[in-house]
Design a protein around this ligand. Sequence first.
Ligand code: PGA
Length: 246
Amino acid sequence: MKLISANWKMNMTPTQTRDYITKFLPLVKDVKDREILLCVPYTSLCVAYDLLKDTHIKLGAQNVYYEPKGAFTGEISVAMLKDLGVSYVIVGHSERRWIFGERDETINRKLLACLDGGLRPILCVGERLEEREAGLTFKVVETQIRLALSSLEDHTDMIDIAYEPVWAIGSGNPATPEDAQIVHKFIKDLLKSINKNYQGKTRVLYGGSVNPQNAGEFMKMPDIDGLLVGTASLDPEAFAKIVNSF
Ligand code: PGA
């Protein structure tokens, strides 16, 4: 099933979360043929869970730590998220990589912890502008995926991947659907080559300046299996339009 996910980033208080979900639910109540996911801040998980638990909308987190428990001030474990009804978590978002210095090795350990704990990760990959201009898009994406999946090659069906070119995120300047399609196809071919038993269950989402006007064009592409939406997901009406755009 296609997956349309909101990534609220560091936005929305618990009170705002309640208002948002109350407005959003009626707008998507009849949409059953695609998966809808809200990746909210940790502090909104409780209120979001209460409002979503009897609905078809899934709850996601935006980050997780790989250790199961212990002296890791400020971190949150897989078990803590699972206990709050979380089923997905974003791992390796470019903001975590480039603002918080998250390395491929850390991302790999986080994926391992998610798979061990039964949480479905959405691994984010994508090139920066200078890498794109230097013709390095495929090399960067391949390296990020290979390192993130190191020793997990047989489990690629248990993760989803978001291709998010860094230059397209929050810039109002999305990739063209055709350019994104080429990278998505490349990612799927790569997964097939690293996992001989691959069953094609990984959805490859596009992210980067998706809005209600362009969402449908991305979803027409054969290898775009969903969307990861930041800015436009902060407005429940705009996000509902994106969900209903194809
Ligand atoms: P954007 O963010 O939709 O604001 O470009 C997407 C993301 O970072 O996941």
